[in-house]
Design a protein around this ligand. Sequence first.
Ligand code: FES
Length: 157
Amino acid sequence: MQDLSRADLAEQVIPSLQEVQERLGYIPREAITWLADRLHLSEQEIYGVASFYNNFRFTPPGKHHLRICLGTACHVQGGDRLLAATSEKLGIKPGETTADKRYSLERVACVGCCALAPAVVLDDEVFGRTTQRSLKRLLDTIDRTDRKAKKSGEGSQ
Ligand code: FES
């Protein structure tokens, strides 16, 4: 084990964590063990860095990945209330995935469209000036679309 400051540790660990998350969509337990071994650090040190930053997730993402921006502009425009309401509607906290694996929820910092605050990113599509009502409509539309797709998939078998 090395004796590193928090900043040095983060600098050494974050690129690897980012790479794992980019490839797998999350940081599995095995990856922490593997990284600890590879970087000659303890698993606690790796996990400590990963859990300190909000952008790492420890569960596989759902079919639909919902990210709610809590950067300054979005926070001021009610992003926190939007996150709380969505969290309650889906029954999960940020960083978690619903039991049916359909939705994962994440809080993110600025997604680059502050003029459209509060912003939400759903499956890589950005939605601006989002309200609880518009987000509910969006999720309802996705649910309907998924049900239709499932039905037509069942019908073609
Ligand atoms: S703060 Fe949310 S898009 Fe910039």
